[in-house]
Design a protein around this ligand. Structure first.
Ligand code: ZN
Length: 232
């Protein structure tokens, strides 16, 4: 598609549809906000954000698009080619821990804040909030929690085939800080933040969700047995 000096027609004509993060329906997306051509050329931007509205629920989702190669070449010609592939810019609503009803309130609050940081690309804030989430877990679970976290860490290393540098950084974020070995947070890039996200979700699942779900299952089993006794 084309960002032209004259009209937004080419952007409006490009059909965009995906599963809406708000209503979860496969929906057509209407273009609502588009970049200003003059500004894009002036600052020689390589990326732009276009705003789309879900035609089912009217919630809005921003998408990141890349311009074609060497966009500055087109500076004088007017028309700027935009690649039609796009990147989803995650919104806080999209990033939700689906089992959060099983988490103690304090941990849920810490995790929500961590996810909000992640969804706006604030990866170091995300790391700091993950550290705090783990601290809250240890307060809830006591010393045994730490061993379980370490064991989750080595599982993740195996599953994702993570290099030792990354393992060391993730350990500094979530394990070492509690005994004062690495009081400062290491910096996280996009890829490592993504792994940290998987790790924290996995840890919380194993520490809180799994047990609560098993308890739920066993409770409903007991209720079923009681009912059977009564009926017979
Ligand atoms: Zn929707």
């Amino acid at each position: 598609m084309i960002l032209s000096t004259k009209s937004y027609q080419s952007l409006l004509d490009e059909p965009i549809s995906f599963e809406c993060p708000y209503c979860n329906k496969a929906s057509g997306m209407e273009l609502i906000s588009a970049p200003i051509h003059q500004r894009v050329t002036r600052f020689e931007l390589q990326y732009v954000i276009l705003g789309y509205m879900c035609s089912s629920c009217r919630e809005q989702t921003p998408l990141l698009f890349k311009f074609g190669e060497n966009v500055h070449v087109y500076k004088d010609s007017g028309d700027l080619p935009i690649r039609t592939s796009y990147y989803d810019i995650m919104t806080p609503q999209q990033l939700k821990f689906e089992h959060d009803k099983y988490l103690p309130e304090i941990i849920k609050t810490d995790l929500d804040e961590a996810l909000s940081c992640y969804s706006v690309g604030a990866f170091n804030g995300f790391a700091a909030m993950c550290r705090r989430t783990i601290q809250s877990c240890l307060t809830e679970l006591g010393a045994k929690g730490k061993d379980r976290i370490k064991s989750q860490m080595s599982d993740l290393k195996e599953i994702y085939n993570i290099d030792n540098d990354t393992v060391s950084i993730l350990e500094q974020v979530i394990i070492d800080s509690h005994d004062g070995a690495h009081p400062h947070l290491p910096k996280l890039d996009n890829t490592r933040a993504e792994l940290l996200l998987e790790l924290i979700k996995d840890i919380l699942y194993q520490l809180f969700v799994r047990k609560a779900k098993l308890k739920e299952a066993s409770k409903s089993r007991l209720v079923a047995i009681e009912k059977k006794k009564k009926d017979s």
